[in-house]
Each structure stands twice: as C-alpha cells, then as structure tokens.
Design a protein around this ligand. Sequence first.
Ligand code: ATP
Ligand code: MG
Length: 392
Amino acid sequence: MDNLFLIRYGEIGIKGNNRYKFEDKLIENIEESLKELGAKPIVYKTFGRIFVETDLATEDVLKKLGDVFGIVGICPAQKAALDVENIKEEALKLVEEELEATAKEPLLFRITTNRSNKSFTLDTMELNRELGAYLLENTPDGALGVDLEDFDLELTAEIRDQQAYIYSQDKQGLGGLPVGTSDKAGLMLSGGIDSPVAGWLAMKRGVEITPIYFHTPPFTSERAKEKVIDLAEQLARYQPELKLHVVNFTAVQTAINEHCHADLITLVMRRQMIKIAQRITKNRGGKALVSGESIAQVASQTLDSLQVTNQIAELPILRPLIAFDKEEIINKAREIGTYKLSTKPAQDCCTVFVPDTPETHPEMEQITASEENLEVEELITEAIENAEIIEL
Ligand code: ATP
Ligand code: MG
C-alpha cells in the first residue's frame, strides 16, 4: 500500500461511551466509499484518528472521501518511526516535494507538533525547534523561511504511541456525523430544488435516508421520474446504499381531484403522501420523515398548512430547510451537485394540480370535511405493495 491518509474527525470525538460506534461506522463508510473505486483499502483507528492505506491515487482518494460525512480533514501523510532522525528525514522529503512544486521564494513555513505520546524523548517545543532548524540547514539558502503567523506551508508532526506521522496537506471534509449513526428516515423526494437539499442535510447529521417519490403518470412524465432517479443517484454519493421508492400515486390523486374541495387539493394530496411515505418508512425501521418545506414558501407551507399536514403524521416530520430562503437553498443545491438536475424541465404533480386559489389558512375541520368522501385505503395499500424500488 503506497499511500497513507490520516483522517481527522470532529464531533464524534465527544460522544462518550458510544464513541466507538461512531468511529466504527465512519470506518465502514470510508471502506464502502473507496470500494466504489475498485480498491480494498486498509482502514484502522488509533485513539482520535483513523488511518487509510491504499494504492489508489491521492487525488482520487481526496475526492471520494470529500463526500463522506463525519470527516473533518483528510491529510495525505508519511509514516516515520518514533525516532527524531527518522522524523527529520521524512519531514525533509515532504518539504523538498513542496519546494519543487512551488515557485515561491522563500517558502514560509511553520511546524506544528501534536504529541499524544507523552513518553517521546522531545517535547512539543523541542521537536518544533529541532525540526525547523534541520529543514533550514538541509535546503538551499533562501529557499525556506519561518513564519508562525503568515505561512505558506504548515508541516504537522503527530507523535503517537506506536508511530509518528508527517503531513502538510489537510483537505477540509464535510463534517457532520457518519451516515447511519442517527437511525433511518424516509425522504419525500420530488424533482424540485428543495427536497434533495433537505435530504442531504438530514444525512449530514447521520440519518440514513430512503427517498420516496410520488409518480403520477400520465399527468407527470417519465422525464420527471428520470429526473428524480438522477437526483437520488446524486444523493447516493453521500450514503453507502440508497433505495429509491417510486410510488404510483395516480389513483389516489384522481380520487382526491374527484372528491375534495378544489382549494384544498394540495393539502389533501400532501396528507395522503405523508400517510404513504410513513408506512413505507416504518416498514423499513425508519423513525422520521424528511421534507423540503420552508415557512411560507408556497400556500401549502404556511404555519396553518403545516399544521394540517402534521396532523396526519405519526412520525416526526423533519424540515431542515424550514428557515432557509430560496437563494440559500439554491446555493446549497449548487454546492452538493443537485441544482443542475433539479432545474431540468419536467412537470411535477404539485405543479400540475395547483388550485387557482389555494387555501393558505386551512382549518382542520375543513380538511376533515373535504376528506369525508375520500376512500383511498385500498388504493394506498395497493400503491405501497406495487412501489418500484430502485437501488442506487
Ligand atoms: P421541491 O422544490 O423540493 O420540489 P416544492 O417547492 O415543489 O418542493 P411542494 O410542492 O410544496 O414544494 O412540496 C413540499 C415538499 O413535499 C417537497 O419539498 C417534498 O419533500 C415533498 N413532495 C412534493 N412533491 C412530491 C412528490 N411528487 N414526491 C415526493 N415528495 C414530494
Ligand atoms: Mg419547495
């Protein structure tokens, strides 16, 4: 194995007795992620750090692990023995590489030592000084300069119990918690901009998501469905396994259109979607639903509307975007790679069946009255039984 990476992780470090579960899940997710590149890396942990050894190219590993939640920093590193001379040699090699790659003269550097091994012969300050002096002596005059504040290169030496590690690059990771450490939830995924971002944010906090899409052919096109599959595929970058559920909603939708008051159609539709998504989610051991709603973005997202949609839910509905402006959601969508897919033209049921004057302050009695003649239990059971499951 030619390449070694030191993985820094943050918040999982403070989880007390459960800490090992978070670490083990992160290791598993790292292995899964690199497996997609066709490699079987060696991944192991020592207190507070995870290490990855692999033959894969550095750039490929950085890119892939950049999509793994729970990672705070990814550092391509060199091993050294617990011996000052060996540490100096490895540090010099790394600095020589940096000098070759840069035209800047002098290249300003500083040394940071993390010493968890308290029995190492030199303390932090001593090692900083010895290493710094050695690098200056062994590189051409004027090539290097020390600047503790305004440096181009930070060389970190980690002195651990069995081994020392040297690195200079620390690529920022996504942060968050490893997917799978915060249970499962169903994501109500439409082809829009919002719901993929909502799903991503839930995943960021360690929630494993099952996307559920309501398809209404022929009112909504195959293109709309393809778009949702593409979006789910994009979300699958961030989760080891993703099973998109496509539910045929046409029969239920038709019944709603026939039996419910026109102004309430969207709300009744949302309630039925929640009912179905909830059953699918519970069957899979999920404990919440995730949706892309944001206060007052549309008529069905006023506080009164959210109240009547909540009333049908037994599971909590998580709404990570509740206080996001559209602009903020769009920026996030760009960042996570879903924006371009979401803005491809295709009709969604929520845009096909929009009432002319949708109710913005519904009362529960109105909804109950409107749903009185709606008999959809069998249609719902059928829709769930026939849901298409697409593994991504
Ligand atoms: P988005 O931009 O995500 O499509 P939206 O702006 O279309 O949302 P609504 O139509 O009110 O807003 O939908 C609110 C939420 O309901 C969506 O964010 C999504 O979570 C869910 N939803 C809407 N339509 C569907 C659908 N066809 N299948 C699954 N979930 C849906
Ligand atoms: Mg929306």
